[in-house]
Ligand binder design. Structure first.
Ligand SMILES: Nc1nc2c([nH]c(=O)n2[C@H]2C[C@H](O)[C@@H](COP(=O)(O)OP(=O)(O)OP(=O)(O)O)O2)c(=O)[nH]1
Ligand SMILES: [Mg+2]
Length: 134
């Protein structure tokens, strides 16, 4: 039987304001530990990607997403896990974004996204962001 725990559906939020992007650092013990990430997390069974996005952003960074659009869906295989990322750009929110689970976090400019150590799947996300920024 397939090991479903090794293929996860994930909602990811690219939080943007004034041409800056909010990124968090994954904990050492997590999959892809210590890498930077766009906040988000696993989509529950019978949950929509949009609902998971709003829930995870509230839990992880303390914001209420008000305006967002779907950027892309992306399947990626790591040696130990497959992920399907449902990526949204969040352009308006209420609350002040912070590491609500104690994780390191920061606002960075687009050029900083190019040099941060993200999981390999994120290359495609950042390329698409570059395209839509023109
Ligand atoms: N949130 C997020 N996850 C990413 C990104 N890029 C990437 O490959 N991933 C992968 C890493 C993980 O395998 C998966 C996210 O799942 P997760 O384990 O962090 O989910 P979760 O927030 O529900 O966390 P947990 O409580 O189960 O630790 O997606 C990204 O930019 N943001
Ligand atoms: Mg998470």
């Amino acid at each position: 039987m397939a090991n479903l725990a090794k293929h996860v559906q994930v909602a990811v939020g690219v939080i943007t304001r004034n041409d800056q992007f909010f990124v968090c650092r994954r904990r050492a013990h997590q999959h892809q530990g210590n890498k930077w990430e766009f906040p988000g997390g696993k989509i529950d069974l019978d949950e929509s990607p949009e609902h998971a996005l709003r829930r995870e952003l509230s839990e992880e960074i303390g914001i209420i997403a008000r305006a967002y659009f779907h950027l892309l869906n992306l399947d990626f295989s790591y040696p130990d896990k497959k992920v399907s990322l449902h990526v949204f750009v969040v352009s308006d929110f209420s609350g002040e974004a912070y590491g609500a689970e104690g994780q390191e976090s920061k606002w960075v400019g687009f050029n900083d996204l190019l040099s941060l150590d993200f999981p390999d799947a994120n290359r495609t996300i950042i390329e698409k962001l570059a395209l839509i920024r023109g």
